[in-house]
Design a protein around this ligand. Structure first.
Ligand code: GDP
Ligand code: IMO
Ligand code: MG
Length: 436
């Protein structure tokens, strides 16, 4: 039965948490596909804000099972902290499962993340320092530890024996940093493994059974397509596959089971960390977006860089991922704007581009070509149906739909659970790639 992918269409923090939560209300299973504790997914409930990093947003719904998929890298200490925090707030954890195939973020990974960032000097990526890059590097070079190893003391001891000497050589010989003590490391990890053991197992059959039984499965992605390791603004990217294809891989959901790819986009652009953001605003307008959108990182608290909506990047993402429909969040941020610009092309040394150049140096040099739309200057936060939205807000949505080649089916008008407007399909429903 059909699965839905909830994926970020920009540079992360688009509101995937809120959308996953909204869809989870009617779903049976939420599987997180990629990334690790670099993610921060906010869900604003009657109980206040929940900021989830590793645990799927389905955990907030009694009807939902929550699975951390094989594509995720799990920092066991952070996972336990998050579990404790949820338990303290009365959220039951009995429906949480972690794939035993998921790789472990080990104590040397955040250390290496920091050392590598420092060594890059001005070219640093601005990572979240959660050890994500080093953990995926160990995974891909077939030197990682998996959750199955963490929860089995003899396997844990054996794998540390095999790998630790090399990690310590990198720490001490390459970076002059302190090496790790094997016994202390074993004791620390074994205690995490002990506590996590009841949650760890083969989750792939759970997902397959749910699909077989026609249950509703949501795949929750982390980050955004423009941070994808293959298709993002490399090297200013994260180290996992953040795309719809990556979602299938990381969640263990077959591509043939996907019915819907919901691309979550903000009404404007943000980015945390380094790397090109073609529409970035370094002025009072950028500040206004940041303040109205409360654009400060969920994981690191860093102010997010802000800019106008980039329809060139968005169209690239829609086509690459077969985005079937779009959730446009944070529309309410524009409620006070007189005019709103949308980037419809890039100018690269006089050449007009309508797709994203491969080299970041080119993307950084490209200047956006804007079209200016009238703002609606009306509060939208109380809107619940399309008819409640001001005509100029609907014009903004129409304009973006035309430019990116996907239908906007949901609109966010505030952080709260109920602040979502469903836009009914019309006869002119766009299909992905219609403008190709
Ligand atoms: P995620 O990483 O994609 O889940 O997004 P984050 O949670 O990091 O950042 C999105 C932020 O925007 C959160 O603080 C949400 O509570 C908030 N948010 C989500 N949708 C809306 C919306 O439609 N309007 C407003 N004002 N805030 C929203
Ligand atoms: P969610 O799931 C926004 C960014 C970092 C940095 C780059 C690489 O909340 O949307 P990493 O620590 O992954 O090696 O950092 O990616 N980044 C995010 N930006 N939202 C996220 O997650 C992010 N996860 C990583 O800021 O630029
Ligand atoms: Mg986030």
């Amino acid at each position: 039965m059909p699965a839905t992918i909830v994926m970020g269409g920009q540079w992360g923090d688009e509101g995937k948490g809120k959308l996953t939560d909204a869809l989870a209300a009617e779903a049976d299973l939420v599987v997180r596909a990629n990334g690790g504790a670099n993610a921060g997914h906010t869900v604003q409930t009657e109980q206040g804000a929940f900021k989830l990093h590793l645990i799927p947003c389905g955990i907030l719904h009694a009807n939902c099972e929550s699975i951390v998929g094989a594509g995720v890298v799990v920092d066991p200490r952070r996972m336990l902290e998050e579990m404790d925090h949820l338990a303290e707030r009365g959220i039951p954890l009995d429906r949480l499962r972690v794939s035993e195939r998921a790789h472990v973020v080990l104590p040397h990974h955040p250390i290496l993340d920091g050392l590598e960032e420092a060594a890059r000097l001005e070219a640093s990526i601005g990572t979240t320092l959660r050890g994500i890059g080093p953990a995926y590097s160990d995974k891909v070079s077939r030197r990682g530890l998996r959750m199955a190893d963490l929860v089995a003391p003899s396997a844990l001891r054996a794998r540390l024996g095999e790998e630790l000497p090399r990690w310590n050589r990198i720490l001490s010989d390459v970076y002059g940093a302190e090496s790790l003590d094997r016994d202390r490391l074993y004791d620390e990890l074994a205690s995490y493994g002990e506590r996590l053991r009841p949650y760890v197992g083969p989750t792939e059959p759970i997902v397959a059974d749910a699909l077989d039984q026609g249950q509703q499965v949501i795949v929750e992605c982390a980050q955004g397509a423009m941070l994808d390791i293959d298709y993002g603004t490399y090297p200013y990217v994260t180290s996992s596959s953040t795309t719809a294809a990556g979602a299938c891989q990381g969640a263990g959901v077959p591509p043939t089971s996907i019915e819907r790819v919901l691309g979550v986009f903000k009404a404007y652009s943000t980015r945390v960390g380094a790397g090109p953001l073609p529409t970035e605003l370094h002025d009072a307008t950028g500040d206004l977006i940041r303040e109205r959108g409360r654009e400060y990182g969920t994981t690191t608290g860093r102010p997010r860089r802000t800019g106008w909506f980039d329809a060139v990047a968005a169209r690239y993402v829609v086509r690459l991922n077969g985005v079937s429909d779009v959730a446009m969040t944070l529309l309410d941020v524009f409620d006070v704007f007189e005019t709103i610009d949308v980037c419809v092309a890039y100018d690269l040394d006089g050449e007009i581009l309508t797709t994203v150049p491969t080299r970041v140096e080119d993307l950084a040099r490209a200047t956006p070509v804007y079209e200016r739309l009238d703002g609606w200057q009306t509060e939208t936060s109380a809107a619940r149906r399309a008819n409640d939205l001001p005509p100029r807000a609907l014009d903004y949505l129409d304009f973006i739909e035309d430019r990116i080649g996907a239908r906007i089916s949901l609109v966010g008008v505030g952080p709260d659970r109920e602040q979502i407007v469903e836009i009914p399909a019309t006869s002119q429903t766009m299909v992905p790639g219609a403008l190709a």
